[in-house]
Design a protein. Structure first.
Length: 266
């Protein structure tokens, strides 16, 4: 079934707790949320299971977070599924992740399509299994006309790699005489990123208690608000997402500006 019309989108399933998304003023809801889905291996090892079991458990977490993003009004969600650095893991885990990514896309694309989610793949094709690329492209094709939310599946992605690829393209155009030095601006570089239409990240969430960005959406997250949560990724659900968004809604985003408001003694 190709992308459905806006009026025929299905609502996501309810959270088991019956809780509903918090009612926040629309301007305080982040348009673009980026998520580093960390902690799968530790979740599994703490239960005496192989690391791959954690990745399997993480599938339900991603689907519930997508559901929660839809319910609260997020328009763009980026999921760090496989980084350019993940090739350093054991061959067994890499093989599992490739096969698992392929199966998840096949299992969940119809649900995402029914919910009105447009899937966009961000990442390098080099080294990526052809079967995974085909599943990503099929998910993109199936959901291309959906407008309710965009889900960026970041597979074989790295922030530095993305910037390097953009700079390489600029250098080739300059060498060919199609671009002058003065034509190299932030805007011209941004147009050469994986998806020039991707909006800047408003809220950057990392799970598992780790406090680093791990080379994810470096350009797009220049002014993102960072929230680090303690839950390991398989334990994350829409309630965790809503908690992070509520935290975000209370923050004062100044984008480098400042207001002169001296505190006077009472």
């Amino acid at each position: 079934m190709p992308g459905a019309s806006a009026g025929s989108y299905q609502d996501p399933y309810d959270h088991p707790s019956g809780q509903r998304a918090p009612q926040l003023p629309a301007p305080t809801v982040p348009a673009h949320v980026a998520v580093v889905m960390d902690g799968n291996g530790r979740w599994a090892n703490r239960r005496g299971l192989p690391r791959t079991a954690g990745h399997e458990a993480g599938e339900a977490a991603l689907l519930d977070v997508v559901a929660g993003a839809l319910e609260i009004g997020v328009s763009h969600l980026s999921a760090y599924a496989f980084s350019t650095e993940n090739w350093k893991r054991s061959p067994e885990e890499v093989r599992f992740l490739m096969g698992f990514s392929r199966r998840v896309l096949r299992r969940q694309r119809d649900t995402l399509n029914a919910w009105g989610v447009r899937v966009v793949w961000i990442g390098r094709p080099q080294r990526l299994w052809g079967s995974v690329i085909r599943e990503l492209q099929e998910a993109e094709r199936l959901t291309a006309s959906n407008t309710r939310m965009t889900l960026y599946m970041c597979v074989n992605y790295g922030g530095r790699a993305e910037i390097v690829d953009a700079v390489r393209e600029i250098a080739e155009e300059a060498r060919a005489g199609h671009l002058s030095g003065r034509g190299i601006t932030e805007a011209s570089l941004a147009r050469r990123l994986n998806d020039p239409d991707m909006p800047d990240v408003d809220l950057f969430i990392r799970t598992s208690g780790e406090q680093r960005t791990s080379n994810f959406l470096l350009w797009q997250s220049a002014y993102a608000e960072l929230v680090f949560v303690e839950e390991l990724w398989p334990d994350v659900d829409r309630l965790v997402l809503w908690r992070a968004i509520t935290d975000y809604a209370r923050r004062d985003r100044r984008y480098g500006g400042a207001i002169d408001a001296p505190v006077t003694a009472g």
